[in-house]
Design a protein. Structure first.
Length: 150
């Protein structure tokens, strides 16, 4: 397994605003989905990719990303398991983001980097203190709009 590689890169647009919450340890967690387009000879479509960011990267994603934002995300393919409140095992597959770069112009509303672009990498040296810790159920992904944001 020393020669295995678990690295995923995506460019897509957020299907809805990201959701940021804080773990009991104070670490930020940000979840969002991006639509990644594909095309074949017969058809075209989009796949929805679940992304999770942690720590400082999660805070940056939560602050600057909005529905429709175009982003580059690089990370590791990961499957998580948890037990829901009914005692049933649940699974989700997601990308654990190591890097995120905002692409394109400013999102509507004028927030974000002044030039409309920015780059962030995951760091685990800081533990932010939550002002209002929230609890999240399951995978941290609520229902999202199936409309492709482009």
């Amino acid at each position: 397994m020393a020669n295995d590689l678990n690295q995923c890169n995506f460019i897509g647009r957020l299907g809805k605003d990201p959701e940021t919450r804080y773990a009991p340890s104070g670490d930020a967690i940000c979840n969002f989905t991006i639509a990644v387009g594909w095309k074949s000879k017969e058809s075209e479509g989009a796949e929805w990719v679940r992304i999770s960011a942690f720590g400082k990267l999660a805070e940056i994603c939560g602050q600057y990303l909005k529905k429709g934002s175009q982003v580059f995300v690089s990370g590791k393919f990961s499957t998580r398991k948890w037990t829901n409140k009914d005692g049933v095992d649940q699974y989700t597959t997601e990308i654990r983001a190591d890097q995120m770069q905002m692409l394109g112009g400013k999102p509507e509303g004028g927030e974000g980097n002044p030039r409309g672009q920015g780059q962030a990498s995951a760091t685990r040296t800081e533990k932010p203190k939550p002002s209002n810790p929230t609890q999240s159920s399951g995978a941290g992904f609520g229902e999202f709009d199936d409309d492709i944001p482009f």
